[in-house]
Design a protein around this ligand. Structure first.
Ligand code: NAD
Ligand code: HSO
Ligand code: ZN
Length: 431
């Protein structure tokens, strides 16, 4: 854990090291990922069987065993206790409501020159959803990926999830059923991303791959981009908590640990204007760690990547937050909305002491698949827009072509493109 103070002369160097940590999560695995993708392209299902045995410690009998059957999904769903199923339902319904509200409308623009112009939205044909499963199972991520895809109208939704040691998580399967996933595959890591992008004899390729994952998954998505579309790069989790001196150190500590427990590579940062809070939180983190089942992961994450930054004021706090462009931004100050208005870059914001980030992970409604590694400077969280694309259209009658065509003819000739010019000119008798 780093302790930084903006008043210290060495602050910039320490802060730059924090920024580098966020930037560097995938670079170190690019070679290994390229090899995995090349193997899946060359060997298809055989590579999936071999890599699954190697990385997930599970040897599927054959390629057919990589696909979860409808019977397995039925049995898993039936095994979920009613109260847990009700919680899954609450989350699914709230996520669906929020994402339905995102659906954009087609536009038609009447044009005074006599053309009609428009833009139409349409869903991709097939989406591949990556659901992480190496260190923990994420039923909530199934809902967060699949519900926007279905709301957008995607007909084929293929989900991949690793099953370490051959363990299928029943709630992951129940969530897949609840969210309308059409295929579930027991594969993970870069090999799953490669299979979705290039296809194998068993798994048909998709058009768009979405979802979070570890550094291998994030790097694989980066490498298959272009062959398929991807959402943002959502890698190891991050949170920046902005808290003033009125906040309870124990609550702040648990909010930091809620990200740290995801992954040793996760990053949790506290920014505060209170020297007392800056002193109290590290001790509160250590005390809370002792009570957590995933203390080993959370402890390593906190010690390697965690930070407490003491700022002079919230002007400084807002500027540093923009430089971090965090995946999650939790604001617990006297006027959280006013401070949020001064910050431009964050994947998702959580305002006030009654809005811990974990609420958004599960049931609030907005998506929890968010841009990490400072990509919130230019990227956004998963939404229906990731599964939609736009087609613009133009309709012209003769009068419209006569009114607008001569300018096009002039520009086409200026570009030396005579066929362009004549395809218009000959229709309107310009010669
Ligand atoms: N941003 C989000 O919305 C969100 C949501 C949930 C989880 N997460 C993040 O997703 C990540 C999940 O990571 P995970 O590891 O638990 O699951 P994962 O499913 O992303 O990765 C597991 C896979 O990684 C591959 N792998 C592991 N070690 C490898 C190696 N040495 N070489 C090649 N491949 C290897 C294996 O194929 C394995 O199946 C965490 O960082 C968590 O913070 C993010
Ligand atoms: N915080 C994660 C996104 O970074 C999402 C998640 C899933 N389950 C719990 N949390
Ligand atoms: Zn989380």
């Amino acid at each position: 854990m780093r302790r930084l103070d903006t008043r210290d002369p060495g602050f910039e160097a320490g802060f730059a090291a924090l920024l580098d940590m966020a930037r560097d999560t995938t670079a170190r695995v690019d070679g290994a990922v390229a090899e995995i993708i090349a193997r899946v392209r060359a060997e298809g299902d055989a590579a999936l069987l071999d890599l699954t045995a190697r990385f997930d410690r599970w040897q599927p009998r054959d390629a057919a065993a990589l696909r979860v059957t409808a019977g397995e999904i039925d049995a898993a769903t039936a095994s979920i206790p009613a109260a847990l199923m009700a919680a899954l339902d609450t989350a699914a319904a709230r996520i669906e409501t929020f994402h339905r509200a995102q659906m954009p409308a087609d536009i038609t623009v009447p044009d005074p020159a006599g053309l009609t112009l428009g833009m139409r939205w349409g869903a991709v044909d097939a989406a591949g959803l990556y659901v992480p499963g190496g260190k923990a199972a994420y039923p909530s991520s199934v809902l967060m990926n699949a519900i926007p895809a279905r709301v957008a109208g995607v007909p084929r939704v293929a989900m991949v999830v690793p099953t370490p040691d051959g363990e299928l998580n029943p709630l992951v399967l129940a969530a897949a059923r609840r969210a309308g996933v059409t295929e579930v595959w027991r594969i993970g890591g870069a090999q799953a991303v490669a299979a979705l992008a290039w296809g194998t004899a068993s798994l048909a390729p998709v058009d768009k791959i979405t979802g979070p994952g570890n550094a291998y998954v994030a790097e694989a998505k980066r490498q298959v981009f272009g062959r398929v579309g991807i959402d943002s790069i959502a890698g190891p989790s991050e949170v920046v908590v902005l808290a003033d001196g009125a906040q309870d150190p124990a609550r702040v500590a648990m909010d930091l640990l809620a990200q740290a427990e995801h992954d040793e590579a996760a990053q949790s940062i506290l920014l505060t204007d209170s020297p007392a809070l800056a002193d109290a939180v590290p001790a509160a983190v250590e005390a809370a760690l002792a009570t957590l089942p995933r203390a080993a992961i959370a402890g390593e994450s906190w010690r390697r990547h965690g930070a407490v930054i003491l700022v002079r004021d919230w002007d400084e706090g807002a500027a540093l937050t923009d430089r971090l462009a965090p995946e999650h931004l939790q604001i617990m100050t006297a006027d959280p909305a006013a401070l949020f208005a001064r910050i431009r870059h964050a994947g998702a914001a959580f305002l006030g002491p009654w809005c811990p980030e974990a609420l958004g992970d599960y049931v609030a409604g907005p998506n929890h698949v968010l841009p990490t590694g400072r990509t919130a400077r230019f990227a956004s969280g998963l939404s229906v827009f990731d599964f939609l694309k736009r087609t613009t259209w133009i309709a012209a009658e003769e009068a419209g072509l006569r009114a607008t065509g001569p300018a096009a003819v002039a520009l086409a000739r200026a570009e030396g493109l005579e066929a362009h010019a004549r395809s218009i000119a000959e229709r309107i008798g310009m010669g």
